[in-house]
Design a binder for this molecule. Structure first.
Ligand code: SAM
Ligand code: SF4
Length: 323
């Protein structure tokens, strides 16, 4: 499917719940959130129906996210249902990993091909501080279990001043002997992230370049996202930089998002989109659903406009949007 700016849209990120077992400081308030009422959250049947319609329009890649996707009961059952949709080639999941402990093989059998694990530090104390409650060791187990199962693994870290400055080099070293990509995602001023100070990607790059040896550009394709990759000599995996703020990548954006309450979001930073849940629950026919999705996606905003004064700026938190 091609939008009005000529971009191919072949990727949907589906947030299947806004609930989470953690309270990461850049994402959720300490006291938690008022979750969506159960009745507002799309059922598995509804998610499958929208995904099927998107697949018929050309979407090939699905990522389950949240909240914490594994915190929704039956997450792996939903994965099986999505795997069976004609046209879907890849199912990945963005997760904090904790609830996958001991279930990685089950996830692989359900169709999981790639895993993005959010992990901001290898220091157990700092991990607890950042997540406000998490225990680090299960996350490390899941990374190794996933590699052993043949699932592609990426680690996503958000560098935040005063939170994980001291541990960024150790985190990058995860890619030294393992075939995994460690990616540094620039903090976005969305939700709780607006109150924190990002460590600029150029600073992270310079730090790693100095501590790990000269980083060389890695032109290999590592998926279908906007990260730029580099690696020091002798590393099996790569180091990725996702810098939405400093290096805008809207020109090649290939994705739309579906929130847990059934809103089709066209851009991370814009409210623009469509209430798919209302359509579904008003009895829309398949063909009309496809046309409505297509019409909405054609209007995908040209740029995220994080640094500009835009009129429809998103006010949802990351745990609702799914990252
Ligand atoms: N719970 C899952 C997890 O943590 O991987 C999936 C949902 S979480 C909202 C998805 C991603 O968004 C995580 O990698 C997290 O680090 C990232 N994230 C949350 N708030 C952010 C912010 N303000 N800026 C940048 N990334 C953020
Ligand atoms: Fe939960 Fe993920 Fe947000 Fe952390 S980043 S609070 S794990 S949804």
């Amino acid at each position: 499917m091609i939008d009005a700016c000529g971009r191919t849209i072949d990727y949907v990120r589906i947030s299947i719940t806004d609930r989470c077992n953690l309270r990461c400081v850049y994402c959720m308030p300490a006291g938690g959130i008022e979750p969506f009422p159960h009745a507002d959250v799309l059922t598995f049947e509804e998610i499958v129906r929208v995904t099927r319609a998107l697949a018929q329009l050309g979407v090939r890649y699905v990522r389950l996210t949240g909240g914490e996707p594994m915190a929704r009961k039956g997450c792996l059952e939903l994965m099986r249902l999505i795997r069976d949709i004609e046209g879907i080639e890849e199912i990945s999941m963005t997760t904090n990993g904790l609830l996958l402990d001991g279930r990685v093989e089950e996830a692989r059998k359900a169709g999981l091909t790639a895993l993005n694990i959010s992990l901001d530090t290898l220091d157990p104390e700092a991990y607890r501080r950042i997540t406000r409650r998490g225990e680090l060791s299960p996350v490390l187990r899941v990374i190794d279990e996933a590699l052993a199962s043949g699932i592609r693994v990426k680690v996503n870290a958000v560098p935040v001043r005063g939170l994980n400055d001291a541990g960024l080099v150790d985190l990058a070293r995860l890619a030294k002997d393992r075939p995994i990509d460690v990616r540094f995602i620039e903090l976005m001023p969305v939700g709780c992230g607006a109150d924190l100070v990002p460590i600029p990607p150029d600073e992270v790059y310079a730090l790693l370049n100095c501590e790990l040896g000269a980083l060389r550009d890695d032109p290999e394709r590592h998926g279908f996202g906007p990260a730029r990759y580099a690696k020091p000599a002798g590393f099996r995996g790569s180091i990725g930089f996702i810098s939405a703020m400093s290096h805008e990548f809207c020109e090649s954006c290939n994705r739309v998002r579906l929130t847990a309450d059934g809103y089709l979001k066209l851009c991370l930073n814009h409210k623009a989109g469509m209430d798919v849940r209302a359509l579904l629950r008003n009895g829309v026919e398949d063909e009309a659903l496809r046309s409505a999705l297509q019409e909405a996606i054609e209007k995908k905003p040209r740029r995220h406009g994080f640094l500009e004064d835009i009129s429809d700026r998103e006010v949802r938190r990351m745990n609702e949007i799914g990252g």
